[in-house]
Write a protein that binds this ligand. Sequence first.
Ligand code: HEC
Length: 131
Amino acid sequence: MVMRRSMTAWVFGAAALVGSGAAHGGCGGGEDLPASAVNEAKEIFAVRCAPCHGTSGKGDGPGAAALDPKPRDYTSAEWQKSVTDEQIEKIILGGGPAVGKSSTMPPNPDLDKKRAVVKALRAQVRGFAKK
Ligand code: HEC
């Protein structure tokens, strides 16, 4: 119950940010992702992904030290070229084993109902690429 209520508050909080312009991260490659999904993805990345993938996407989060294989360096142009959008979305939802990779990359099955957030996370991963 408590969990549910705080979730709702959190979603509304994310929606409230929309007006502030924080949604325009410049990523998404012309995709029309709802600002609320983009904001939710940012929150999720900071909380669930950055501990391993690092706030700058280099795979240098505090949790990465103990991992083998290491999380990928999202800023690597070669890595960016090596994966498809579909593969990124699949690993986010199903975890490493869904694409034949390490199970240390955890699944996020709750996002199955939030495909726009998955796309926004993928856009965020793409956004770490060196320009
Ligand atoms: C417990 C640490 C951990 C967490 C938390 C984590 N990852 Fe990962 N992630 C990994 C590791 C380790 C790999 C590398 C797996 C491999 O190459 O076998 C990986 C790989 C990936 C890849 C690359 C897949 C590929 O084909 O190269 C993507 C994209 C990714 N993670 C996205 C995310 C996102 C988005 C989140 C948050 C929702 C997240 N990860 C949370 C550890 C983590």
